[in-house]
Design a protein around this ligand. Structure first.
Ligand code: 26Q
Length: 826
């Protein structure tokens, strides 16, 4: 056997084992045999942190020396998923750690399973932020993620009697071995009160906020480990604490009531993540959360800059603020405030800095997701910030008038403050130097429809950055069998350069490779079947087609279309029990926002259909329906690895990009989908013959919408299959004791009275085309070699969809960061 030269940061297995044993002893006064699995996880976590911390220190020291430009990725959400396995992977230490655990009589998988998912995000937007941090470290760019340390992240979903029940997820219960509390960087954040003008000792008139309440923001730092390069960036999430009483305004000294109020404010502010995905809830506490973490983050970014530089007017040369949707957009006004009120810049000077610092990413065109705050609420909570936004608005309107003299319509459509509301997207566009969409189609829709007026006025700001995902988590960690197989065929470069995975293409027609691939897929299906048996008590056949739709539950994502089609297949089997039918397992995973009735009823419908279909002897197990409880990052990794078919069936034009679609592709699933979001680019890469595309195009959808929708009753009257399925929603087929249970779903598709728009998401309109595409899926799967070929081609053509590519585009075209190289260790 060839002797391998040790890597520069060679991992010391023996030292690591001793470290684990030592941690168990000092943390818990126990031996390994006595420790609980959770305690062992903590001990291993701290041992890994010990390794990470040296790199972390070293990286930050180099940043101090090299002073690279830094991006602050400002986001209300970071859906990180578990850290332990990912950190071990990125330290390139997975094999030795696994061995070390084996030698201690421990199973690394079991230890990893002890870690709670940090679920500080809802879905796509939060997971994207986490993939970006992984790529920034791996590519060697200086970056901070800035967010909130929610006490309760995304709720835990339990299914009781087929219904979703939300259970609080106390993710910090056992402590987080990876976080570092940094009280020395605490910041004060002020709410409410009023704005006064004060003359200071230098005779300058100053705006000051008085009579306010404040909270102390305390940062917790989490390491973001780059893959194999020794770079460790920081995710900084802010916790809130009550300010000590002596910090109260001189006015209020000894004001007991105020002290208690401030304590409550601190307790409430970071209590819980709003569990809405793609839906705006105009809640006061949400705005407080936004300003809380933004004020703290902007204060610290400026303080850090001023520790090394003296000219605040050149701030933008070293810092970019990337706004993850409009949620952090108060950053614009907070930066203006600090520059003017604390650094005494003039308006024009401050505006110059701000507009060269801030950039905005749009993640949705769904009207109900746009943030519009009532003036009354906004100005009461953030009086000085509101004043500044008013002035930004006044000047912006003058600019509009200069460009479009006398055109009131433009002002109505583009003003930042209008109709009693503050429109955060308009503020982000007016103040940002870059506005980007998250897939090519999405950006085109922004330019030509949703943000047309802004695009016409400021075309130079608009650009596209098609989303991506990290292959380190979603292939290397989540699917080790396929990862090893890929490496055996094309080498390991794909781990940091996914374009290299393209070299797999030549194996797509190789029968031995096809078999190996299908065998790996089969083993991953066995692994998922095991998980389903343990968690759902349902037995599924790993030889059946695993057809998977996992994502947040939303009407535009059309889980309803999927389950209506399952009902249709069931009807066919009932009518023709002997028909040819390739066994299929329909797998769903989805959380619904707590107050979203139709979404929750769709979950109940899926589970009700599952109950009937899974237990009907006529079906003979040929259809199984499984709803995986509590879909989240950790079980997603198992699910993607095991999928044959990837359901990406949103109403065309509605899904800005999607990122799950890319994770499926990377794991060799074939897409059944609409020409929406990044699906368009996925089929462009892999070829339409290796996917199943169906349904209305975005142009057609937009055309219908501009002409008042379409009439679904025509389809209902003329298509007996559709009619039968719809009638089953209201005749008790799936709710014998309560036939009206699903009437609201039925109404959403047909009734123009209760909703005023029937079938807004074109489910009936696309039904036939979807059923035909599904028929083609079945035919294709019968040709095992052909299927394997297409699956391998999907893996081979997924190179574009790495978040490394996305980040490099942001760096080249928006952020202009300096690449950091660590000096070789001696
Ligand atoms: C806003 C105001 C108040 C409360 C909640 C919200 C809120 C929270 C989360 C609004 C939207 C979101 C999440 C949006 C989201 O996840 N969008 C998705 O972003 C992905 C990454 O770009 C895309 O791939 C998806 O297409 C898009 O739906």
């Amino acid at each position: 056997k060839k002797k391998e030269t040790p890597a520069p940061n060679a991992f010391d297995k023996e030292l690591f084992k001793r470290s684990v044993l030592y941690n168990v002893k000092t943390l818990y006064r126990k031996t390994l045999e006595e420790a609980t699995p959770q305690q062992i996880f903590q001990a291993v976590g701290y041992a890994i942190k010990d390794v990470v911390i040296d790199n972390w220190l070293n990286t930050q020291k180099e940043y101090d020396k090299q002073d690279p430009k830094t991006v602050y990725y400002l986001s209300m959400e970071f859906l990180m998923g578990r850290a332990l396995g990912n950190n071990i992977i990125n330290l390139q230490a997975y094999k030795p750690v696994k061995e070390a655990m084996d030698e201690l009589g421990l199973d690394l998988n079991v230890i990893e399973d002890q870690e709670p998912d940090p679920a500080l995000g809802n879905g796509g937007l939060g997971r994207l932020a986490s993939c970006f941090l992984d790529s920034l470290s791996t590519l060697g760019y200086a970056a901070y993620g800035c967010g909130i340390r929610y006490r309760y992240g995304m709720f835990k979903q339990e299914i009781r009697d087929g219904y979703q029940v939300e259970v609080p997820d106390n993710w910090l219960d056992d402590g987080n071995p990876f976080e570092l509390r940094r009280p020395e960087y605490a910041k004060e954040v002020k709410f409410g009160g009023y704005v006064n003008v004060r003359i200071d000792e230098n005779g300058r008139s100053n705006f000051v906020q008085e009579g306010y309440q404040s909270v102390k923001a305390i940062p917790y730092d989490l390491p973001i480990v780059g893959y194999g390069n020794g770079i460790v960036n920081t995710l900084r999430i802010w916790d809130a604490e009550a300010i000590e009483c002596f910090h109260l305004d001189s006015f209020d000294k000894g004001d007991y009531r105020k002290a208690v109020e401030q304590e409550n404010l601190a307790r409430n502010i970071v209590e819980v993540l709003y569990p809405n995905d793609n839906h705006y809830a105009g809640k006061e506490l949400r705005l407080k959360q936004q300003y809380f973490f933004i004020s703290a983050s902007v204060q610290e970014a400026i303080a850090k800059y001023m520790r090394k530089h003296d000219d605040i007017k050149k701030f933008y040369e070293k810092v970019t603020f990337q706004l993850n949707d409009t949620h952090p957009t108060v950053a614009v006004a907070e930066l203006m405030r600090i520059l003017m009120d604390e650094y005494y810049l003039t308006w024009d000077e401050a505006w110059d800095v701000t507009t060269k610092t801030c950039a905005y990413t749009n993640h949705t065109i769904m009207a109900e997701a746009l943030e519009k705050w009532p003036i009354e609420l906004f100005s009461r909570l953030l009086p000085r910030i509101y004043q500044i936004i008013e002035e930004i608005n006044r000047r912006f309107i003058i600019k509009i008038q200069e460009m479009y003299p006398g055109n009131q319509e433009k002002i109505r459509k583009m003003a930042i403050i209008y109709d009693g509301q503050v429109k955060m997207a308009h503020l982000a566009i007016a103040a940002g130097f870059s506005v980007n969409g998250v897939a090519r189609l999405h950006t085109e829709i922004l330019k030509n429809q949703e943000l047309k007026d802004f695009y016409e006025m400021m075309p130079e700001k608009f650009n596209n950055k098609t989303n991506g995902i990290t292959q380190r988590r979603f292939l290397l960690h989540g699917n080790p069998l396929l990862a090893d197989w890929v490496t055996a065929h094309v080498g390991s470069d794909w781990i940091t350069d996914l374009s290299k995975i393209n070299k797999l293409k030549i194996y797509a027609d190789d029968e031995k490779c096809q078999q190996e691939f299908m065998n790996i897929k089969y083993q991953n299906k066995v692994r998922l079947a095991q998980y389903i048996l343990e968690h759902n008590g349902i037995e599924v056949d790993p030889r059946s087609i695993f057809d998977v739709q996992v994502k947040r539950l939303h009407e535009y994502k059309r889980q309803l279309l999927n389950i209506l089609h399952v009902m249709y297949l069931y009807n066919q089997l009932k009518d023709h029990p002997e028909m040819e039918f390739y066994p299929r397992t329909f797998i769903f995973g989805a959380k619904a926002a707590a107050g979203y009735y139709n979404a929750k009823m769709t979950i109940k419908l899926i589970n009700s259909v599952a109950d009937v279909v899974n237990n009907d002897p006529v079906v003979k197990g040929r259809i199984k329906v499984v709803f995986i409880e509590n879909y989240r990052v950790s079980n997603a990794e198992l699910i993607f690895a095991a999928a044959d078919v990837s359901e990406q069936i949103s109403t065309a034009s509605k899904e800005a990009s999607g990122t799950g679609n890319m994770k499926f592709m990377l794991n060799g699933a074939l897409t059944i989908g609409t020409m929406d979001g990044a699906n368009v680019e996925i089929v462009e890469e892999v070829g339409e013959e290796n996917a199943f595309i169906f349904g209305l195009t975005s142009d057609e959808v937009i055309h219908y919408e501009n002409n008042g929708g379409y009439d679904p009753t025509e389809i209902f009257n003329n298509d007996p299959d559709v009619r039968r399925v719809l009638m089953q929603l209201i005749n008790g087929t799936f709710a014998p004791n309560d036939p009206d249970r699903f009437r609201t779903l039925y109404n959403s598709l047909l009734n123009t009275i209760s909703t005023n728009k029937a079938d807004m998401y074109f489910i009936l309109k696309d039904f036939k085309a979807y059923a035909e595409a599904q028929k083609k899926v079945e035919q294709a799967y019968r040709d095992e070699k052909g299927w394997a070929r297409s699956a391998i081609l999907n893996v081979a053509c997924s190179g574009k969809f790495t978040s490394d590519r996305t980040i490099q585009e942001y760096v080249d075209e928006v952020w202009h960061l300096d690449k950091v190289v660590l000096p070789k260790k001696v």
